[in-house]
Design a protein around this ligand. Structure first.
Ligand SMILES: [Zn+2]
Length: 130
């Protein structure tokens, strides 16, 4: 049942239907249609925009060194906690995870190459003596 004390908004929506929202006290329009509320609406929208911005660490947050598996584990555990505290956006954390994988693949490749070079250097003198 409609509350007779609360009249609904006099505006017509884009689809041609009357707006069903309750009119503001002392106005024939609701918050979204009252011309007098245009500035307040814009403020609310930009506040919403700020709210939706991706949360990141502050620009002056120190760089992290990510050169080996231990660095990656440290970075990922920090990142996990930053997401849990709402300090960074999960999308930022996803990127950190993705890049960490690339670092791990690159450092793994680098380690394999140095071990192979070490093995080759150990084999060389033996070949000469044969
Ligand atoms: Zn309305």
């Amino acid at each position: 049942m409609k509350n007779p004390a609360k009249k609904s908004c006099a505006a017509t929506k884009r689809d041609g239907m009357g707006c069903q929202a309750a009119a503001l006290p002392g106005s024939q329009f609701c918050f979204f249609h009252d011309p007098a509320k245009a500035i307040a609406r814009r403020k609310a929208q930009s506040a919403g925009g700020r709210e939706n911005r991706m949360r990141t660490l502050p620009a002056d947050a120190p760089d992290v060194k990510v050169q080996d598996g231990a660095d990656v584990v440290r970075l990922l555990s920090d990142t996990i906690n930053q997401v849990r505290r709402g300090e960074i956006d999960p999308r930022v954390a996803n990127t950190v995870g993705y890049l960490s994988n690339i670092v791990l693949a690159a450092t793994g490749q680098h380690e394999l190459e140095s071990r192979l070079a070490e093995l080759e250097s150990l084999l060389k003198p033996r070949r000469r003596s044969m």
